[in-house]
Design a protein around this ligand. Structure first.
Ligand SMILES: [Ca+2]
Length: 313
């Protein structure tokens, strides 16, 4: 069955790889639209990067919308030091030939969900959850239309990557995350516990570089530039591919394993704000509200990525 998906994203280097992977599998995924959000970079750059990625993939026909320019309550915190490469290096991503859609991204979400059958749309959340939460603030009735919300975000045993307790996407807009986790939408979470197992290696990057098309070497170059920056912080370990795990999960769910748990989002504490408090051992008695993944076949992931990206221009 072909899934109809909306990608909400803040590209961002690993967002770029995720979008390319989705566009490389049209027999499995119909991308209804891409909605940019402020996160890794400010909105003006994330929406433009989204269009540049579609251009690279030869899919300028995919509509790109701009959503929210800041989180619901907190000031925007970007990760420009890591993701600025996409803005600076014109060689890696071409300039877009198509214009941004005029409809606001939140209104696109409401419109696309509003006109769909109940439970038929998959929403892929690759950035802070502001747009999706705002869609539910404006039109709560569209929640029923979401068949599955797949979030790259949070952490269980891996704890945080932006503070000791919090993962970036949840930390940037914890209030949006808290609203969604309590929305009743069937939710799958791919946390750092999974993505920190999906690491680049020289041979995995080489396989992409050798694809002989435009997209494979571009992805290898993006990930290599990313890896250089990251090395200062995390040592010689490879670069974790966070967001593409969401698309890989849609394409090949058997690569991932997890369990139904209760997740609560910390929105109060200055020390741990944005922490995903996961009841892994079921000690609270709170009802499970998400399927949280904790295992992944990383080799299988890179095989899938390489196999699919080979099909792009
Ligand atoms: Ca992202």
């Amino acid at each position: 069955m072909r899934r109809r998906i909306i990608i909400d994203t803040d590209p961002g280097i690993d967002d770029a790889v995720a979008i390319l992977l989705a566009l490389a599998a049209p027999e499995k995924l119909e991308v209804l639209g891409i909605v940019a959000v402020a996160g890794n970079l400010p909105l003006t750059l994330t929406e433009r990067n989204a269009r540049r990625i579609c251009e690279l993939a030869g899919r300028a026909d995919v509509p790109v919308y701009a959503g929210c320019a800041r989180p619901m309550l907190r000031p925007l915190k970007t990760a420009d030091h890591i993701h600025g490469e996409t803005a600076r290096d014109r060689l890696l991503l071409p300039e877009p030939t198509t214009a941004l859609q005029t409809l606001h991204g939140v209104d696109f979400l409401i419109e696309a969900l509003g006109t769909a059958e109940a439970g038929t749309i998959t929403v892929c959340a690759l950035g802070p959850l502001t747009n999706i939460a705002m869609a539910l603030v404006k039109a709560p009735e569209v929640a029923d239309k979401v068949g599955e919300l797949v979030i790259m975000g949070g952490a269980c045993f891996e704890l945080g990557n932006v503070t000791p307790a919090a993962e970036f996407n949840i930390h940037v807009d914890p209030h949006a995350a808290a609203l969604l986790i309590d929305s009743g939408i069937p939710t799958t979470i791919i946390p750092l516990d999974v993505t920190h197992q999906v690491l680049t290696t020289p041979s995995r990057l080489e396989a992409l570089r050798l694809l002989g098309n435009r997209c494979g070497p571009a992805v290898a170059a993006l990930l290599t530039s990313f890896e250089k920056r990251r090395r200062r912080k995390f040592g010689s370990r490879g670069r974790a591919l966070h967001d593409p795990c969401v698309i890989a999960y849609l394409l090949r769910p058997a690569l991932f394993g997890g369990r139904e748990v209760n997740v609560a989002i910390e929105t109060q504490s200055p020390l741990t704000i944005g922490m995903t408090v996961v009841d892994w051992w079921g000690v609270t008695g709170r009802r499970p509200n998400a399927r949280l993944m904790n295992t992944v076949d990383a080799g299988g992931f890179f095989d899938l990525l390489t196999e699919k990206l080979a099909r792009l221009p």
